[in-house]
Design a protein around this ligand. Structure first.
Ligand code: DMJ
Length: 522
């Protein structure tokens, strides 16, 4: 065990004391502390406890530094193994020690490189960042053919390149982002301008996913382009990108919403909904996220986006938010008026999103939404706490006596997803309640115990067994999001301040309109 990790073994002890202080309770001079590691105080010795608050705050800063050190180790381990066994492929297969290409990126390579760039930079892993940059300069080839997901290319590649550009000012990232952006434009050539989900980056031909009902486009896909496309227009001086996403908004504003809700499938031909399935998890999720973040990124000027977000959240709360018999608040899915009492891991980003929006709700709504965000984040934490590995399943249910646990074998897996720690990060920044750091640390311990394998980190197939089988995949979003959000959870608030940056849905930071992006992140 490294010194950092050994030190961290005391984390729970310190955070208990911190929680005690945060609750406004005071030690009295002369109290005896029952246990105190590190030999700073001998048993039975009394403290002038009026100074303890300061002492523990200082210890907390020190502790956070050591914790950050363990994230650096994790990130370096994930990166080094990817570099050694899979550089130039999209993901690392950490058990078989080779690379994975997959079929989401249409011939593009290096998804892990581009997704990892800004995390390496923020963590000041300078040598590793230079390795990644060199790969982008020398080997990142955009002249490819093949079926790419418009959404995935946008959030991972364009988002990753834009963030790397804004953090470093290096032109190579900007020019690659713009070149790639141009290649996505033909997907918007539909009767409504709603893009199709799949595009051939070579020929520009586009089509809908075979599994999407009746040739429809997916809300979370065409609704998760706004942030990146506005930056592409800003950087290129070419309004076309902004026009494309503003048109999507126009179509969405025009179409009638059942009960004020946004279904997940829309026809790019007619502009009408194809199926009435509503979800704040998969298929819907980041559409809502991009509404509130569009407003924030505009320096709170895009009031249309704010209104769409407020109205959507109100409808979601009215129709989808429920409380279980055991008192857990959750967001169900809606199928033409019938509720499916299930929450996907993906839906767990919503605690953070609702808290972020609450900050800017009117005074009377603010507390209400903060409470909702707290409850949902708590429910997502329960889905982790109730598993044997302390990692959460892909989906968990609230029916037939089940609370926050997966009931189907096919929903028991964990693929290194970030959404729960993402919410911990926002909740911490917005409340400073130390329980979020504690919960984040629990995730770190679980990742180290169950997902670290000889050559990287791997997803697991069943969170309810302590001898899980690994899925042999180190997802690129583990480096882009999971490790970044964990790291930020233990940083000072001014590291990528929420006032100056918005994170795209792959956790790539983009500057708010007022931000001088060349300002150092340190
Ligand atoms: C990421 O690629 C993004 O966060 C996306 O919005 C949803 N799914 C994954 C991570 O789980």
């Amino acid at each position: 065990m490294s010194f950092g990790l050994a030190f961290l073994a005391h984390f729970n002890y310190y955070s208990e004391i911190l929680i005690f202080c945060e609750k406004g309770q005071k030690f009295r001079d002369g109290d005896v502390l029952p246990k105190f590691p590190l030999g700073l105080h001998s048993p039975g010795e009394t403290w002038h406890l009026s100074v303890l608050d300061t002492v523990f705050r200082k210890l907390s800063v020190l502790l956070s530094t050591f914790i950050q050190f363990s994230f650096l180790q994790m990130m370096k381990f994930a990166w080094d193994n990817y570099k050694q066994y899979a550089l130039g492929k999209n993901e690392l297969r950490p058990l078989t020690k080779n690379g994975h290409i997959g079929n989401m990126f249409g011939g593009l390579r290096g998804a892990t490189v581009v997704d990892a760039l800004d995390t390496l930079y923020i963590m000041e892993l300078e040598e590793e960042f230079q390795e990644a940059k060199k790969w982008v300069e020398k080997s990142f080839d955009l002249n490819v053919n093949g079926e790419a997901s418009l959404f995935e290319v946008n959030i991972r590649y364009i988002g990753g390149l834009l963030a790397a550009y804004y953090l470093t000012g290096e032109e190579v990232f900007k020019s690659k982002a713009l070149e790639l952006g141009e290649k996505l434009l033909p997907a918007f050539n539909t009767p409504t301008g709603i893009p199709r989900g799949v595009i051939n980056l070579g020929s520009g031909m586009s089509w809908s996913w075979g599994w999407a009902s009746a040739g429809s486009s997916i809300l979370a896909e065409f609704g998760t382009l706004h942030l990146e496309f506005l930056h592409l227009s800003e950087l290129s001086g070419n309004p076309v990108f902004a026009e494309k996403v503003m048109n999507i908004r126009k179509v969405l504003n025009r179409v009638e919403k059942p009960q004020g809700l946004y279904p997940n499938f829309l026809s790019p031909v007619t502009g009408n909904w194809v199926q009435h399935h509503v979800s704040i998890g998969g298929l819907g999720d980041s559409f809502y996220e991009y509404l509130i973040k569009s407003w924030l990124m505009s320096d709170k000027k895009d009031s249309e986006a704010k209104k769409m977000y407020d109205d959507a959240l109100e409808a979601i709360e009215k129709h989808l938010v429920k409380k279980s018999a055991g008192g857990l608040t959750y967001i169900a899915e809606w199928r033409g008026g019938i509720l499916d009492h299930k929450m996907g891991h993906l839906a767990c980003f919503s605690g953070g999103m609702i808290a972020l929006g609450a900050e800017h709700a009117g005074q009377e709504r603010k507390q209400h939404y903060m409470d909702l965000a707290t409850e949902i984040t708590n429910t997502c934490h329960e889905s982790y706490a109730r598993s044997d590995t302390k990692l959460g399943p892909e989906a968990f249910r609230f029916d037939a006596g089940t609370e926050a646990m997966a009931t189907r074998l096919s929903e028991r897996y964990y693929i290194l997803r970030p959404e729960v720690v993402e919410s911990y990060m926002y909740m911490w920044r917005l409340t400073h309640d130390p329980k979020y750091r504690q919960w984040g640390w629990e995730v770190v311990k679980a990742l180290e115990k169950h997902c670290r394998v000889e050559a990287g980190f791997s997803g697991i197939r069943d969170v309810y067994t302590t001898t899980p089988t690994h899925d042999n995949m180190q997802q690129s979003f583990f480096l882009a999001e999971t490790l970044k959000y964990l790291y930020l959870l233990f940083c000072e608030d001014d590291v990528l301040s929420l006032d100056d940056w918005v994170f795209n849905t792959e956790a790539h930071p983009l500057p708010v309109n007022h931000t001088n992006f060349k300002a150092s992140v340190q």
